[in-house]
Design a protein around this ligand. Structure first.
Ligand code: ATP
Length: 319
């Protein structure tokens, strides 16, 4: 392994910079040349590669977003686009590629490895929607961002004795809503994995009022959506003033938490080691606090197993 390249792809996630830093510094430590690729697969196809030195990753461990920028690239979905990308990597003498991104980015890496490039993926996505790993980079920071918003909303909702509906990210995976619902003390969590019963929801809110609750907090995952409409319906049935807040893209930004910086650092180091070991088509993960590397096909085939126990905990604690 003489030259390793690194790119970030798909949605950005806090901790991507810390992972880039770890990949660059580990490669240099092992005497391997390292190149950054701007704008994901799109930049790769366009030859946006540059050599990275130690100081190129100074002062970025604490920054959200990605210094390499990120993109979604339709051309890379085609065989021709991927051949171009592989050609560019060969021209620059790259023998190993680290892809930091989500599910789609990993599928791209898997296809690239079939064209003779050793690839390894680091899971960078705030949704925590890759079942082979217990955590993805950015998830923990996003939870902290959501909690900060919930704390602030709680102050105002309590003062006005309102119901507060908070919509967070997560299309098919409700982890952001579930975890921040438990950690933020929500009365109800509405996620795609479980759905919800509108009458039950209103009953919970009204019972809460009878028990003396000053306000109710309801977490809704983006995959359910419709929070504005839901607020109107809840208000008309319960008679309690109800407001919805869609947190949106603030959930993607911000300085990565200690957990995400640690995860990124550990995963970045391991990704380079995996390439040095001569492996290809691997993805890095974490299970039982051990950093893992799995075959990409096997990892992507792992079915999502919903954590019923956590859901149960959210229900017990909100009663
Ligand atoms: P996020 O979870 O944040 O959405 P992601 O990596 O899943 O991240 P995608 O937009 O799905 O984001 O994928 C990023 C890029 O990876 C795409 O723009 C495309 O270039 C490439 N890609 C996605 N799916 C495939 C695929 N099936 N085959 C080849 N390349 C793919």
């Amino acid at each position: 392994m003489k030259t390793i390249a690194v790119l970030t792809s798909g949605g950005d996630a806090p901790g991507m910079n810390a992972a880039i830093r770890a990949v660059v510094r580990t490669s240099l430590d092992k005497g391997i040349k390292v190149m950054g690729i701007k704008r994901g697969y799109s930049g790769l196809i366009n030859g946006e590669l540059f050599e990275m030195k130690r100081q190129d990753v100074s002062d970025i461990i604490q920054r959200g977003g990605t210094v390499l920028r990120t993109a979604r690239c339709a051309e890379f979905l085609t065989e021709e686009g991927r051949k171009k990308a592989a050609g560019v990597l060969k021209v620059f003498g790259v023998d190993g590629l680290v892809v930091i991104g989500g599910n789609g980015s990993f599928m791209g890496a898997q296809k690239l490895s079939k064209l003779g490039i050793s690839t390894v993926g680091i899971p960078g996505t705030i949704d925590n929607d890759l079942p082979y790993t217990e955590y993805t980079l950015g998830f923990d920071t996003t939870l902290n961002t959501v909690l900060d918003a919930i704390n602030k909303l709680r102050d105002t909702s309590t003062s006005h004795e309102r119901v507060s509906i908070v919509e967070v990210m997560g299309r098919d995976c409700g982890d952001i809503a579930l975890y921040s619902g438990i950690a933020g003390g929500a009365e109800s969590v509405i996620i795609p994995e479980k759905g919800y019963d509108f009458d039950e929801l209103c009953k919970t809110i009204l019972e809460g009022k009878l028990k003396g609750k000053m306000h109710s907090l309801i977490l809704v995952a983006e995959g359910i959506g419709g929070s504005m409409e839901l607020a109107k319906q809840v208000e008309s049935v319960t008679g309690i003033e109800t407001r919805a807040t869609i947190l949106g893209h603030i959930q993607r930004g911000g300085s990565p938490s200690a957990f995400d910086r640690m995860l990124a650092s550990r995963m970045g180091v391991r990704a380079v080691e995996v390439l040095i070991e001569g492996k290809t088509s691997r993805v890095i993960g974490i299970r039982e606090n051990k950093i893992t590397d799995d075959d990409i096909d096997e990892a992507l085939a792992v079915p999502r197993k919903f954590d019923e126990r956590l859901y149960e905990i959210s229900e017990i604690l909100s009663r």
